[in-house]
Design a binder for this molecule. Structure first.
Ligand code: SF4
Length: 351
């Protein structure tokens, strides 16, 4: 038997999951249900080694086919460097075919680690770190209680890049709401241009029904954005990013409306802007039809699907029905569909 945490990045779907800490040491972000209702704890090196042994037995028939591992949960780098080195070394001994080991980490934790420590971790096999920066705007970071500053994000990110470890920064269009949308896009781009991460992974914001952000909606502090407004925000973000070698990725997360806006900025920035503009130039009804199609399933569609008359004949009455049902009924329905894709908190008390 061995422990496993509740989440991992989509890009780690086929990775061995090795739990080195439990849950999130911060756990206060008001948009994030993943670890609510849980308590953070560090696992001992001995506990983790026992888990690795159990996995090695379970996968003994095909251990040589396991090429990647992910260290759980939300911030594995909080462990002492010496402990992580021991875990990484042991993991590679028991699974010698591993050529990729990755982890989540918080910017504040990465800022505290020296480049020298990170280089040692890289030499022991840590190949990629995933960081949820969400926004480069100080105001947005404060509003969502992220517990990090733009300076933390830059310092932590630059430490990882300087150590030669691959870096994925996760950003969250829409999380600033209408009031901060422009600042959110511009400041996020400003930080990413300084950090130059290997991957910029887009995670379009969706609100969980239990999220404390619902209270901000009620008091008017947070005004949720429509799909169209979020696409416009992403357009501003992409146009503000340098043509650097970072890979801008919408493809690995189904809450991103335009999943095909995806590619290296030094090769495909022009193409991505064209696709975003193509969507923004549609009529209101065409945009709504596209949103409804995408949000009703996990299927991806080219934007041109809205020129299919037969399909539009089926969709438009449904849009009309939703619009009549309630004030802002269409957008409310889209938001409900989006919220179904979020992880569930492990408590009913999260508010
Ligand atoms: S977003 Fe990350 S840091 Fe914030 S509570 Fe969730 S897991 Fe923890």
């Amino acid at each position: 038997m061995y422990e496993q945490g509740v989440i991992r990045p989509p890009s780690e779907a086929s990775s061995l999951l090795v739990r080195v800490t439990r849950n999130c040491p911060w756990n206060q972000c008001i948009f994030c249900p993943a670890y609510k209702g849980t308590t953070f704890s560090r696992r001992t090196v001995e506990e983790v080694k026992k888990d690795i042994d159990s996995m090695a037995v379970e996968y003994s028939g095909y251990a040589n086919m396991i090429k990647s591992a992910f260290l759980q949960d939300a911030d594995s780098l909080v462990l002492k460097t010496a402990d992580l080195l021991e875990i990484l070394t042991y993991l590679r001994e028991r699974f010698p075919a591993l050529d990729r080991i990755t982890s989540y980490a918080r910017s504040t934790t990465l800022k505290r680690k020296s480049v020298e420590d990170l280089k040692q971790l890289k030499d022991a096999g840590l190949t990629r770190i995933h960081v949820g920066m969400e926004s480069g705007s100080e105001k947005v970071l404060k509003m969502i209680k992220k517990g990090i500053t733009p300076e933390d994000i830059i310092a932590g990110g630059r430490n990882v890049v300087s150590a030669g470890i691959s870096l994925s920064e996760y950003i969250m269009p829409g999380v600033g709401g209408k009031a901060f949308s422009e600042e959110h896009a511009k400041e996020t781009a400003r930080l990413l241009n300084v950090i130059e991460p290997d991957f910029i992974r887009v995670r379009t914001f969706a609100m969980h029904p239990q999220s404390p952000m619902q209270a901000l909606v009620k008091d008017g502090t947070f005004v949720p954005m429509t799909d169209e407004e979020i696409v416009a925000e992403i357009r501003l973000l992409v146009s503000s990013l340098n043509e650097m070698r970072s890979y801008f990725s919408c493809a690995d997360f189904s809450l991103n409306l335009l999943m095909h806006v995806d590619g290296r900025l030094d090769e495909k920035k022009g193409y991505m802007l064209e696709e975003l503009d193509k969507f923004l130039s549609l009529t209101k009804e065409q945009k709504q039809a596209y949103s409804l199609l995408r949000r009703s399933s996990y299927m991806q569609y080219p934007i041109d699907v809205v020129y299919n008359d037969e399909l539009m004949k089926q969709i438009l009455p449904e849009i009309e029905r939703l619009e009549k049902k309630d004030e802002d009924g269409f957008n409310k329905y889209i938001k409900t569909l989006m919220s179904y894709q979020l992880p569930q908190p492990q408590t009913d008390e999260w508010k």
